[in-house]
Write a protein that binds this ligand. Structure first.
Ligand code: S3P
Length: 184
């Protein structure tokens, strides 16, 4: 496996939470690329999109990822923004830069998880119930899945179809990621 590691997946997939736990366990660096974007551009991705539009955001986001990849450290876990892999040749870039891992969830579980978070930073979803969030997710996930599924590895969320989420999923995901990395 080549480093760094890029965690990819839809909003609410746990890229940040599982990624941070994983990095702690490995003793590696962790970088949330949405936070890096905020530091570099002075606006969160949501505010930047509100102010300058999605296209401008995607262009800047691309450079944030590529610029940080120039850093002379490779033991890094990056949590990418949910839409990053699905723009232009970004998925190919990730493959050249390191190893990509898709955290794959069923849309119903993503909707449930997202409905429990603060949605202010997710303007498309704010104020919506889990059911309404699902209506937004379904077509978007269908569109994005072919990109996500080009990842070097795919990890399915540790939850069966009808199981109720119990809040330990991110820790379990971090355990699975840890095993994958130390074995490869
Ligand atoms: C986006 C996801 C966000 C952030 C931006 C756009 C998307 O990141 O980059 O608001 O298009 O799915 P997270 O997946 O970390 O929430």
């Amino acid at each position: 496996m080549t480093y760094p590691i890029y965690l990819i997946g839809y909003m609410g997939a746990g890229k940040t939470t599982a990624g941070r736990l994983l990095a702690e366990r490995l003793g590696w660096h962790f970088v949330d690329l949405d936070d890096a974007f905020h530091e570099i551009h002075g606006l969160s991705p949501a505010d930047y999109i509100r102010k300058h539009g999605l296209e401008a955001f995607r262009r800047k986001e691309k450079y944030v990822v590529e610029d940080l990849a120039e850093l002379p450290i490779d033991k890094v876990i990056y949590a990418t923004g949910g839409g990053y892999p699905c723009w232009e040749d970004n998925m190919e870039c990730l493959k050249e830069l390191g190893t990509s891992i898709y955290l794959r969830w069923k849309p119903e579980h993503l909707a449930e998880r997202l409905s429990l978070t603060n949605l202010d930073e997710r303007p498309l979803l704010s104020g919506k119930s889990a059911e309404e969030i699902l209506e937004v997710i379904l077509p978007q996930l269908q569109e994005r899945s072919p990109y996500y599924e080009q990842a070097d590895h795919i990890i399915d969320a540790p939850v069966t179809d009808d199981a109720v989420l119990d809040g330990t999923e991110d820790e379990q995901m971090a355990d699975i990621l840890y095993e994958l990395i130390v074995e490869n």
